[in-house]
Write a protein that binds this ligand. Sequence first.
Ligand code: TNX
Length: 512
Amino acid sequence: MLAILGIVACNNDKPATEATAPTFDNLIPKPVMVKADAGLFSLSDSTVITIAPGNPELLKIANYMADVFKPAMGFALQIDSVTRASNSIALGLVNDSSLTGEGYEIKISANGVVINAYKPAGIFYGVQTIRQLLPAAIGKNSLQPGPWPIATGTIRDYPEYAMRGSMLDVARHFFGTDDVKRYINFLAYYKMNTLHLHLSDDQGWRIEIKKWPRLTEYGSTSQVGGGKGGFYTQEQYKDLVQYAADRFITVIPEIDMPGHTNAALASYPELNCNEKDKNPKLYSGIEVGFSTFCTKNEKVYQFINDVLTELTALTPGPYLHIGGDESHATKKEDYIPFVNRVQTLAKKQGKLVIGWDEIALSTLQPNSIAQYWADSANSKNAVKQGAKILMSPANRAYMDMQYDSTSKLGLHWAAYIEVDEAYNWNPATLVSGIERKDIIGVEAPLWTETIVTMNDIEYMAFPRLPGYAEIGWSPATGRNWDEYKVRLGNHAAQMKAMDIDYYPSKLVNWKE
Ligand code: TNX
């Protein structure tokens, strides 16, 4: 077996089936500890997933695993609560808190696979690792011939940062629930645990609010470029939240305010201050910073309270994102009390607040998060107030930035971000004054001014998203571009199997 592996490793011209010979070397994110040995275990239709009886969470993960393997394997692996001496994938919780809430340990021998974790999330991430250890064809949506070998050895793994995610801007262009679910699956595959949905902006309001029906009847009917827009009904949104939760992903809903509010203002003109602004039209351009709620109008706070109340009822996660960015049309002396008041409204809902780094101009509530995107002074101010920082540096982590000057999609106001630039930074040293202890995690936002289709999303997110996932999960000390780019190149086969329309950067040797 080793000899075969050796030959394959040296010969890039081998057919794809051989190029996917079992190895631990291509995992993204890179695990904390890997010890491969020379054996092999193969999944077959007689392999059984075993779980301890009476654990519904593990049963759910077992079903999830059987489901994701089913299209390519052509059968669903059986699930049983009786352990086997061989030919099984055993999922179990162990009392080892050193694994942390999201870590796992995998032992693979010729007899089968054991995935242990301290909490169910860790089992789920262990399953993602198994998906990546199998031949890339396991990701296909149609019956494949197999076989389904996995290298043997041990992996012990847990994340560096607690919050690892992406933002999808469904306001500039609307994306339906199937697209968002596909995106959620990408996040899960790379062990990300948060999906931030940018649900409102100047161009559209995307979530049904029953007390304020014109937000969706009218405010949702536009988008950049003049398309018909769209919105999620509360039922659809709840379904998305559940779909994400089933993949250990927390949805963070954002209502951006007091700026970026034209769609709301057009739906309810009484939320504006000036008489001359009382008939705002729907907007389909891409300017920012021209709209603002009337921060001195009590009705505005009634509105926000109603929106946050309904959103809270739909969102089990701990966070509400209140935006707060680029409020150029709001005077600073109005912005600060506004953000303070909105924070108290969120707190009343029992939620913690996240906002773009500008919210640090106000007085932050305990356990708030400021999302660093551009202004280090704001972020340091947030740290001084005891807040944590979510790192989304625009010139590194904005997936709407063009790769280079030839990219057909994207903007470049912050930077051109090639795949190496996207990967090659350390959240804990990027901004002086923001240290490891201040940082809760990493988020890669995808703004959609120029992004219209799911293919567009994929082209901008891939291949950068796996790198952001690794920055969030793997210790910085073990990361370097030259080593990573080989693993990334080997993920081409997996991206292709999953039909992901990725940007084939010249910096990487893609091995489809
Ligand atoms: C800045 S980043 C914005 C967004 C735009 C984005 C485009 C931030 C908090 N605000 O409104 O969509 O640039 O790259």
